[in-house]
Write a protein that binds this ligand. Structure first.
Ligand code: UN1
Length: 487
């Protein structure tokens, strides 16, 4: 079956009618695989606001039940949804399955969380007073997601937002609208089984930049959680700040790995191949800079050249393929702009956007090495002193993920220390990509500072309220202030 036929059959089984003005193309062969209708931003925001008033008073563990049902629907539809991710984003089969698994995992996490939205109790300085902190629902959450994780990133946000008591409005990438429709179909099944969820609790608004901007500017969107390029974040962040909305930004990365003399090179090689060439270099956590100690550099680079030359590139539906296509022609052009003659365009299936992952040795960290080119290009830098390697890791404007391969305890601990990697994620003896959902995900500097997914990231989806209760018969003031009224 060609991608269009396969997509049509999956969507039909899910009850999605692929019609409308916005077309979706498969990077596998460049063909159109379906269409969706453009949404209405203002109407969606209105419905979300109405839903909020009802949803926020439903007990959180009951809200968790909806997410539990979504997890069940995702488990049941894991294969077809993963297949659609492959058809629309070009991810290989294993990674498509991994992406849906990430959705299931965050649902499980959020169900548990729905009974753990804990606040503190605080010792009051005044007699017969009690202080505490409560976490209340925030309001509608706008999720803007990117093509490279077309469904998982929505799930990170939606699962948390829903248990926290917030409706969700989803504006997916224009490049992956069909997977969003498929997820919404599964969400509708979960909502139906749940029974009495308010209308408009979870909505999908398809469209281009204008629709995204209208939603970003809408004061009813209490939180804007946006994943994409730093350029996108630079546009979204100030607009949300202008209206004092809350923004959670997960933007570009320029992730490095330091390989030290004591590193287990067998492990390092595998980690480098997966994190640099996997997902055709289109993860925000993709490894883009390899900082190798000069004593092992020749050996490692030789080995990587072999691996990169032999990695199987092609149709992502073929189980042997490790590197599928880039998302579209403009992605290949960006890669070409950086590599020039060095681009090895692979003529896979006619019309698709296939390129061989590239290794580029550089003497200094400048020019395109400082930028995030969303393509499989790995720059290699050599170092002599550990301090220099650390400085190279940190001297870029992005701060998402980082890794070190070493068996030297001092190097590992220095990398993780306050004076070590300045990124939101820092790993030892694993690559920078492929994070689990249990940890907080996000990064510093131009990566935007937001944290999604695990740990206590849920707090971004709630509003904090400090309460002081006087159960005494006096009115003592804080800081011992006297403000007595004459008898
Ligand atoms: C992204 O590329 O936007 O850590 C998210 C990873 C994945 C998520 C990437 N779990 O690589």
């Amino acid at each position: 079956m060609n991608p269009a036929e396969e997509a049509a059959s999956i969507l039909k089984d899910l009850g999605v009618l692929p019609e409308g003005d916005l077309a979706s193309f498969s990077p596998i062969d460049g063909s159109e695989i379906g269409r969706v209708r453009v949404g209405d931003a203002s109407a969606a925001a209105g419905r979300a606001q109405d839903a909020f008033l009802e949803w926020r008073i439903i007990p959180a563990p009951r809200r968790g039940e909806l997410v539990r049902l979504l997890g069940e629907e995702l488990r049941a539809a894991k294969q077809p949804l993963a297949r659609l991710v492959t058809l629309e984003s070009g991810k290989i089969v294993q990674e498509g399955l991994g992406e849906v698994q990430e959705m299931i995992d965050i649902c499980d996490f959020a169900v548990g969380l729905s009974r753990q939205l804990y606040g503190l109790t605080i010792a009051s300085e005044r007699p017969n007073h009690r202080m505490m902190e409560q976490w209340h629902s925030l309001g509608p959450v706008l999720v803007i997601s990117a093509f490279n994780f077309p469904v998982a990133v929505w799930a990170w946000n939606a699962a948390l937002a829903l248990v926290c008591g917030n409706p969700v409005v989803w504006k997916p990438s224009e490049k992956t609208p069909l997977t969003a429709e498929a997820v919404m179909a599964l969400m509708r099944r979960a909502l139906e089984r749940f029974g009495d969820a308010p209308e408009g609790l979870v909505q999908l608004v398809q469209g281009g930049r204008d629709i995204g901007e209208a939603l970003v500017d809408d004061p009813r969107m209490a939180l804007v959680s946006a994943t994409g390029s730093t350029a996108m974040g630079r546009a979204v962040g100030p607009r949300v700040a202008q209206r004092f909305g809350r923004a959670l930004l997960e933007l570009g990365g320029n992730n490095a790995m330091i390989v030290c003399p004591s590193a287990d090179l067998r492990l390092a090689e595998r980690a480098i191949l997966f994190s640099a060439a996997g997902t055709a270099g289109q993860r925000c956590t993709t490894l883009r800079r390899l900082i190798v100690h000069e004593s092992i550099a020749d050996r490692l680079v030789d080995r990587l050249r072999q691996l990169f030359a032999n990695v199987k590139i092609g149709d992502p539906r073929d189980p042997d393929t490790l590197v599928g296509p880039l998302i579209d022609e403009s992605a290949v052009r960006n890669m070409q702009r950086v590599l020039g003659e060095g681009l090895d365009r692979v003529e896979g299936i006619v019309g698709g956007f296939y390129a061989r992952p590239a290794l580029v040795e550089v003497d200094a960290q400048d020019g395109s090495v400082l930028q995030e080119t969303f393509a499989p290009i790995l720059y290699i830098l050599r170092y002599r002193d550990f301090d220099d390697a650390l400085a190279l890791n940190n001297s870029v404007v992005q701060g998402l993920s980082s890794a070190i391969f070493t068996n030297n305890l001092r190097e590992a601990e220095r990398f993780l220390s306050a004076a070590g990697s300045d990124c939101g994620i820092a790993n030892v003896n694993i690559g920078p990509s492929g994070a689990e959902i249990g940890g907080a995900f996000g990064g510093e500097k131009e990566t935007g500072g937001g944290r999604e997914s695990g740990s206590d990231s849920w707090r971004a989806y709630m509003r904090r309220q400090t309460n002081t209760v006087n159960y005494g018969t006096d009115l003592p003031l804080a800081q011992g202030i006297r403000f007595d009224v004459a008898p």
